[in-house]
Design a protein around this ligand. Structure first.
Ligand code: URA
Ligand code: SF4
Length: 255
């Protein structure tokens, strides 16, 4: 898929979300919040659902939790516009209550389609509800800062998931905030691991079925860091940035 095709596909999903009435949350929303970010990114952040400010603006993580998310990203040299940010439910639950299981189920096809289009190497979950989708059965107290393969059924065909506490939890507890900075510092390494896994999966597919190079080659191209988002890679402190276009495998040798 070209950049323009990805952009158009994400735009089409966003338009459907804006008009969606599939669950009761549509009744209380001011604006739906489909998500936003770089269509070419390797990393998708998934939160829980829009809050007060998000509902007003139609954009994810623009309130206090969003401010902290931006600071957390900055601590590894990333910017929010380099990644894609969305939520498990796209409409604000009344009084910021937790989304109900049937609301999450109703909204999941949108997230699945977004992940299908974006084909990220790494999914970063923010909080329990998002983690529950990508690390079924995990407990946030144990799973934060850890990585697992993603079930392709989620829409992310070949990705790892990395769990974070929700930034709103970090706003309520300085200890959770401290741990969140530690956890975020592990994201670049998780991305490198995710890239390596995708390269290996593509090579394995190539060995198994060399007559059909289209799939493994397409996957390998998607792994390469997009030139438009050079910051989506390990921070310079951990790994000197290679020149744009350098194969991801070259970065792996730095570790
Ligand atoms: N909290 C979330 O989970 N998502 C947002 O978009 C904002 C706050
Ligand atoms: Fe539709 Fe999701 Fe909004 Fe429910 S939360 S109305 S499923 S977009």
């Amino acid at each position: 898929m070209t950049d323009a095709e990805r952009r158009a596909a994400l735009e089409a999903i966003a338009e459907e979300v804006t008009a969606c009435t599939r669950c009761r949350l549509h009744a209380g929303r001011t604006r739906a919040v489909p998500g936003e970010g770089n269509p070419d990114t390797e990393v998708v952040f998934v939160g829980e659902g829009p809050g007060f400010n998000e509902d007003r603006q139609g954009r994810p993580f623009v309130g206090r939790a969003g401010d902290l998310l931006v600071k957390l990203l900055a601590s590894i040299g990333w910017r929010r516009e380099d990644v894609f940010i969305t939520n498990v439910v796209k409409c604000r639950p009344p009084d910021n209550r937790d989304p109900e299981p049937d609301e999450i189920a109703a909204c999941l096809p949108y997230l699945r389609r977004q992940l299908n289009v974006l084909d990220p190497a790494l999914v970063v979950t923010l909080g329990r509800h998002s983690m529950g989708r990508f690390m079924p059965g995990a407990r946030i107290s144990q799973a934060h800062g850890t990585v697992r393969p993603v079930d392709p059924e989620t829409g992310a065909a070949d990705a790892l998931v990395y769990a974070l506490y929700h930034p709103a939890a970090a706003l309520r507890s300085s200890e959770v905030e401290r741990v969140s900075y530690e956890d975020v510092a592990g994201i670049p390494r998780a991305l490198v691991d995710a890239r390596r896994r995708r390269t290996e999966d593509a090579e394995r597919a190539e060995r198994v079925n060399p007559a059909e190079p289209a799939v493994p080659q397409g996957t390998a191209v998607a792994v390469a860091p997009p030139a438009s988002a050079p910051d989506v890679r390990p921070a310079p402190a951990a790994s000197p940035s290679p020149s744009p276009g350098t194969a991801p495998d070259d970065q792996l040798t730095l570790f």
